[in-house]
Ligand binder design. Sequence first.
Ligand code: DAT
Ligand code: MG
Length: 144
Amino acid sequence: METTLVLLKPDAVRRNLIGQIIARIEAKGYVIEAIDMRSAERLTLEAHYEEHLGKPFYEPLIEFMSSGPVVALQVSGHRVIEGFRTLAGQTDPTVAAPGTIRGDFGRDWGRAVVENLVHGSDSSLSAERELYIWFGESGEPREA
Ligand code: DAT
Ligand code: MG
């Protein structure tokens, strides 16, 4: 059994897509173990996106993720890490396949950072790291 971190990004919240996106995760058969809506602190986002530090889209990415509340979820199931990435689709919503979250709900808005509605951990190592950042060891939400 695996657990992954899913984030519904501020664009998903602003566009009232929380329900439709979570419905896809549930319809696929994965289990929502924890869910928490919050305004992410900058330190949380810096830790989360440390692999992208120094890239041209890094600051716009942190700003975008700070631009409104996000919904953090712990989602479990066999092969859920890979499975949620399949549900999400490719990073660039313009080429993400129809039928995926990013392909169906996303588009290019011509901004410095790609707005693509969701984040999903990309490996078991990332999942462990990111779940700790967002939920802490206990599995309880870490930020108020
Ligand atoms: P993913 O979210 O599919 O794992 P990633 O980890 O490579 O993609 O990048 C993190 C986020 O940063 C991504 O969801 C959107 C944004 N992003 C990635 N590459 C970008 C680029 N070349 N230009 C603008 N934004 C980008
Ligand atoms: Mg990534």
